[in-house]
Design a protein around this ligand. Structure first.
Ligand SMILES: [Fe+2]
Length: 149
């Protein structure tokens, strides 16, 4: 059973993952309208991946007999000040989201919620052959590390 603190933290992270998806969709649409089709395609894939992260967290809450508390998803910007600024924003957003995942890990540890902690943890040298790499570890990054946010 999830503690209320852990349950709330997971629900907040679900919302953040959904917002990430919305943001990347907005960025993809912006770039598509300016004929940067490769960038647009890449960001659309990122949006789909963020939705998958939200679904994995959602399933984890339900598997732990927790309560799902979906909240409104904030509207992302629809206009961006050039491609460089857009990707700088995407990078900053990813860094913020990674910090949120780290915070989730810390919450699980503080709550002595070992199933959540193990789901939040990762081993960068091994593929995610089991759930210990977290519900959001879905693909290898360019250096062979696992993407967690
Ligand atoms: Fe994510």
């Amino acid at each position: 059973m999830l503690s209320s603190t852990m349950q709330n933290a997971l629900n907040v992270q679900i919302n953040k993952e959904q917002y990430s998806s919305q943001l990347y969709l907005a960025m993809s649409a912006h770039l598509s309208s300016r004929n940067f089709m490769g960038f647009a395609h890449w960001l659309r894939i990122q949006a789909e991946e963020e939705t998958a992260h939200a679904m994995k967290l959602l399933d984890f809450v339900l598997e732990r007999c927790g309560t799902l508390n979906l909240k409104p998803i904030a509207a992302p910007a629809s206009e961006f000040n050039g491609v460089i600024q857009l990707f700088e924003l995407a990078l900053t957003h990813e860094q913020d989201n990674t910090a949120s995942i780290h915070s989730l890990f810390e919450t699980a540890r503080a709550e002595r919620d070992f199933p959540s902690e193990s789901r939040c943890g990762r081993n960068p040298s091994s593929p995610p052959s089991s759930n210990i790499y977290g519900p959001w570890a879905t693909r290898a990054g360019p250096s062979g590390t696992w993407i967690t946010a």
